[in-house]
Ligand binder design. Structure first.
Ligand SMILES: [Zn+2]
Length: 352
């Protein structure tokens, strides 16, 4: 009895090994696209081009914004998400100078895109084509932060913790408002995402050009940073534009909806609905051009692909692959960033 059961066990183990050997490691085609793009350390050395849509695409010829500029510092360098279309990087440079002219000390830059764009292991649905960038609502400090400080500086929400969807007037200033509206003023900027409470604050108080308010779009999260999205560059055929923003300032029913229960309620499962297993995106789900982007040649160094040849940079992290435990830290940080302020139902709206 004993021997036959152990023989059975041995047999099952052998069968298991055989099965595993048969299945083998997943071919690149079938691996989650986020793993393929998330492991890229350098961009594809090709003509700059954004392929696909903001939430399903990739970018060739991305450039990195230097970690430090006269009026910006890039944050969370270990994420290696300082990469964007050269037009986006140029805009950020211009915006940082304009921000200073408004009395803002300088920009803290959050995520732009991965070196070759594409889906990410954590954090965003969009930011895939190098045309999205996150800017902190925290002003740049008056010293140059170390790489460690840039990892650890906590996000600061502009919302009150004790009141539903209400801007904290101890934190939010007129200069914050001017900063967001300045971002919206550039012709190439199509959308600026902010929390609904911030949009409402702007609707209630903005004295400048009201026509620009329509570009400021309310969305979940975005209470400790805002998100700038630029249009598809004109010379790129493979870039899929978004729908234009509706006419008007958006200080209307569409904004009032955010202050109802509906956007914050847990979605009620449909009757008889079968549980759907979320399917990860593979290379086949992305535009064909993204295969060439993924397999394209790398520049010799990060510096070679850094905007304007880089400046005095201290990228202690960015040249090395993030340690695997880093991914968990990033996910935890993302969760902490949005936690507690507002419940975020799944699925989120697709405006991201
Ligand atoms: Zn963003």
């Amino acid at each position: 009895m004993h021997s036959s059961s152990s023989r059975l066990t041995a047999c099952l183990v052998a069968a298991g090994i055989a099965l595993t050997a048969l299945a083998g490691p997943l071919a690149a085609e079938d691996r989650p696209a986020k793993e393929l793009f998330g492991s890229m350390q350098l961009p594809a050395k090709m003509q700059p081009a954004s392929y696909g849509s903001y939430a399903k695409g990739c970018i060739a010829g991305a450039v990195a914004i230097p970690t430090d500029g006269p009026a910006w510092q890039a944050m969370r360098l270990s994420r290696n998400r300082r990469w964007g279309h050269p037009q986006m990087i140029a805009l950020l440079e211009q915006f940082s100078g304009d921000a200073r002219a408004l009395g803002w000390p300088g920009l803290l830059l959050g995520d732009i895109s991965q070196p070759r764009g594409g889906p990410m292991l954590s954090g965003h649905a969009s930011h895939q084509v190098g045309l999205d960038a996150d800017i902190w609502f925290t002003p740049m400090p008056n010293h140059r932060m170390s790489a460690q400080e840039r990892e650890a500086l906590p996000f600061t929400s502009m919302l009150r913790k004790d009141k539903f969807l209400t801007v904290d007037s101890r934190r939010w200033t007129d200069t914050h408002a001017k900063l967001v509206m300045k971002a919206a003023s550039y012709p190439q900027v199509e959308r600026v995402f902010v929390n609904p409470a911030i949009k409402k604050k702007l609707c209630d108080t903005w004295q400048g050009d009201r026509s620009l308010l329509g570009k400021v779009r309310p969305i979940y999260g975005h209470d400790e940073h805002f998100h700038i999205r630029i249009k598809c560059p004109q010379d790129v055929a493979g870039c899929k534009p978004q729908a234009r923003v509706p006419a008007g300032d958006g200080c209307d029913k569409s904004l009032a909806w955010w202050f109802t229960r509906e956007p914050w309620a847990k979605p009620t499962p449909k009757k008889d609905a079968k549980p759907v297993r979320p399917r990860y995106a593979t290379l086949a789900d992305l535009p064909k051009a993204c295969r060439a982007v993924l397999s394209g040649p790398s520049p010799a160094s990060e510096m070679e692909a850094t905007y304007r040849g880089g400046s005095g940079v201290a990228t202690a992290f960015s040249a090395e692959p993030a340690p695997s435990s880093g991914v968990e830290a990033i996910i935890a940080a993302d969760a902490a960033a949005t936690e507690g302020l507002v419940p975020i139902p799944v699925p989120r709206p697709l405006d991201q």
